[in-house]
Design a protein around this ligand. Structure first.
Ligand SMILES: C[S@@+](CC[C@H](N)C(=O)[O-])C[C@H]1O[C@@H](n2cnc3c(N)ncnc32)[C@H](O)[C@@H]1O
Length: 438
């Protein structure tokens, strides 16, 4: 296939496919944890398929911001080698589960044993303690969550424990006093808290059943595609914790990068860290990855401030100059802001500074001729549109990475923040496809 054919093939992907019309919520075990801003696998499927036909070699796929690993599992369905990294320990946990192979018999037996232990547990000991625990969890909820935690810890098989921890994380999202309407931590009104009658154990029981069904269904799809051998995915799968700004923790090189990056710093866009703070209080770090080295439970802000754009850069004018050389869109945008608004604009610049450095790390992991697929939308800062797609495109092209084509899609099926200055423009997003020249 020559380059023009590829462009044509990509552009002929129907808007129905790109808008995710064909998707079911439970596809690819997507609903085992309602992680924020997840990619819809059905959207990426035709693109990965098209590029893999063009590359005509085994696909090795990397996602440096893997989130809930929907991109990785889409690649697995097509038999790719996959590598994913994320700074959020909860993303790692759910990715470890979704990229593993489980047997329904072992999950069902483990659930039966666990539920019988939990139902006969009479202890009233509360298993975790952290600042403001009583603000976020009612006493009776703490009691049941403690039983669940004790029960899960008594399971010997780490992979099965991880599966249960993900179910517990989803339970915590639903039973804490945090409002589920935003990803930021916002406590419910006291009336609301008083009136809610939720049993974490009952919820856990039904969620574990549903998640078992979803995971097993995905494992069955992998089997049908002949991607399983000796109870394992045939190709390499590696998901790790790490800050993509500092580097990518793999020695391999890849021929396909597919990602949906953050759209700005987490605090002002999607607070992945705040979303994860309460579940992570109940899940022991050793069961996720004992080598995680940020103290992510120190405060509700810790993960977000370690994420892209989370820390203010010092040598501002130097950075400004370098970035403006790469992106005239960013330069023009910055010139438009008056002094008051410049503070906010600085955050935007800060974010692109981190993104720029992360891209440098990614490029070192790409083979010559590798493709990159970036799904990104624009956002609003003080009523000014930040054209993320254009800026990203200019930054990538400044590194000799050429744009093959861009596609557009509606994002009605994506779980995005309900109310903030971010969502106004978030009705469409772009899928930008690039090729690494060297
Ligand atoms: C839009 S989500 C990714 C969604 C994912 N592609 C999917 O399909 O579900 C963006 C992710 O970037 C992660 N992230 C932000 N800054 C990061 C950094 N510096 N290093 C690694 N991951 C980061 C966030 O934790 C979040 O999980």
């Amino acid at each position: 296939m020559i380059e023009n054919d590829l462009k044509e093939a990509l552009e002929s992907i129907t808007s129905q496919e790109l808008n995710g019309k064909n998707y079911k919520r439970s596809d690819f075990a997507r609903s085992i944890l309602n992680y924020p801003a997840m990619m819809v696998p059905a959207v990426q499927e035709p693109i990965i398929h098209c590029l893999s036909k063009h590359l005509d070699e085994k696909i090795s796929l990397i996602d440096p911001f893997m989130g809930a690993s929907n991109t990785l599992v889409t690649g697995m369905k097509q038999g790719c080698e996959v590598f994913g990294q994320d700074i959020n320990p909860l993303s790692l946990l759910v990715s470890q589960v979704k990229t593993s192979y489980y047997l329904s018999t072992e999950l069902e037996e483990a659930r039966r044993v666990l539920m019988s232990k939990i139902n006969s547990d009479t202890s009233v000991r509360i298993e975790v303690d952290f600042k403001n625990i009583d603000k976020w969890f009612k006493a009776e909820v703490q009691l049941e969550l403690s039983k669940l935690r004790r029960g899960i810890l008594s399971e010997d098989n780490l992979l099965i424990r991880k599966f249960f921890w993900v179910a517990l994380a989803e339970v915590i999202r639903l039973v804490s006093n945090d409002r589920t309407s935003t990803f930021k931590l916002h406590v419910r009104t006291s009336d609301d808290i008083q009136n809610r009658r939720l049993s974490p154990i009952e919820l856990f029981t039904s969620l574990v059943k549903r998640s078992t069904r979803d995971i097993i269904e995905f494992c069955r799809i992998l089997e049908e595609g002949d991607h399983i051998e000796n109870g394992q995915y045939k190709n390499n799968v590696d998901v790790v914790w790490g800050n993509s700004l500092g580097g990518l923790n793999t020695k391999k090189q890849f021929n396909l990068l597919v990602t949906s990056p953050p759209y700005g710093d987490n605090q002002t866009t999607v607070t992945y860290g705040q979303f994860s703070y309460l579940p992570l209080q109940w899940i022991p770090m050793e069961d996720i990855d004992p080598n995680i080295y940020i103290d992510y439970l120190k405060s509700t802000m810790e993960i977000d401030s370690n994420s892209l754009g989370g820390k203010m850069i010092q040598n501002f004018s130097e950075v400004e100059e370098k970035l403006f050389e790469k992106s005239s869109e960013l330069k023009g945008l910055f010139e438009k802001f008056d002094f008051e608004k410049k503070k906010k604009a600085k955050k935007v610049l800060n974010f692109f500074h981190d993104m720029d450095l992360s891209i440098d790390n990614m490029v070192t992991k790409l083979k010559p001729g590798a493709f990159m697929v970036w799904t990104i939308g624009n956002r609003n800062v003080n009523k000014t549109e930040i054209k993320n797609d254009k800026i990203l495109s200019e930054i990538l092209q400044s590194k000799d990475i050429e744009l093959v084509t861009d596609l557009e899609r509606d994002i009605l099926s994506k779980r995005m923040p309900g109310r903030n200055n971010f969502s106004d423009l978030m009705k469409k997003e772009k899928i930008l496809i690039f090729k690494n020249k060297y």
